[in-house]
Write a protein that binds this ligand. Sequence first.
Ligand SMILES: Nc1ncnc2c1ncn2[C@@H]1O[C@H](COP(=O)(O)OP(=O)(O)OP(=O)(O)O)[C@@H](O)[C@H]1O
Ligand SMILES: [Mg+2]
Length: 252
Amino acid sequence: MTRIIALANQKGGCGKTTTAVNLSAGIAKRNKKTLIIDMDSQANATAVFINQKELEKTLYDVLINNTPFKEIIVSTKIKNLDIAPSDIMLSAADIKLANVLGRERLLKRRIKHLNNYDYIIIDTPPSLGLLTVNSLTAANEIIIPISMSYFALKGVTLLEETIQGIRENLDHPELKITGILATYFDPITNVSKDALKMIKDFFKDLVFNTIIRKNIKLEEAHSAGMSIFDYAPHSSGAEDYNNLVEEVLKYE
Ligand SMILES: Nc1ncnc2c1ncn2[C@@H]1O[C@H](COP(=O)(O)OP(=O)(O)OP(=O)(O)O)[C@@H](O)[C@H]1O
Ligand SMILES: [Mg+2]
């Protein structure tokens, strides 16, 4: 069965896209057929892998124009890794879908027939709107990245309530949180150490053993259009994301 994992946290800039990109790349490099779905109209994950000027169709066409999902999938430079791209048009989806019946389940229905992937990783936008709800409804697992800063836990209750709402009201009781991922960890600051203690007290065993440290190479890799494993294989970012890949694969 395909593992479908969504990266979610409505807080902006907590490492959702960085994690979606490097987790997908790391899994694909272990010979698992992987698809990354970019459900964010900022299209940051898309920009890493493909030249957006060459894009013909995107998730917008799938969700709004009924384009078959397979028609928008493109392969990336990484073996075993495909992407379902997004662009700025997707920002209109919330409004366009407001009155569509079954609007929370569109993505789930559209990907139902994709049976050739071992892993599908979904990057979501920094909101709890319809695109995130569609992502969580289509997924069977969630990874929540949280940056180790002040207010680390702010908004987390709202996210948990949304997840619970999807389990109960959208008939998806098996949706589970695979793990909470501490990101932007800076071992020399007390803020980071305090935040890590706080999320471990709050989420207990749900916190991944892997901690993603602050590492500028992650940002550089993103702007170079590469995964951290290709851009800086000996960096702390590559080491941390490698550990995360191993930890996620362990749950198979
Ligand atoms: N561990 C890290 N160390 C240093 N920089 C990082 C790290 N993780 C992410 N970044 C950088 O921080 C910025 C925000 O990260 P990212 O885009 O992954 O967050 P996001 O949660 O997807 O943001 P948004 O909510 O806007 O979609 C990016 O420029 C990224 O390269
Ligand atoms: Mg993002």
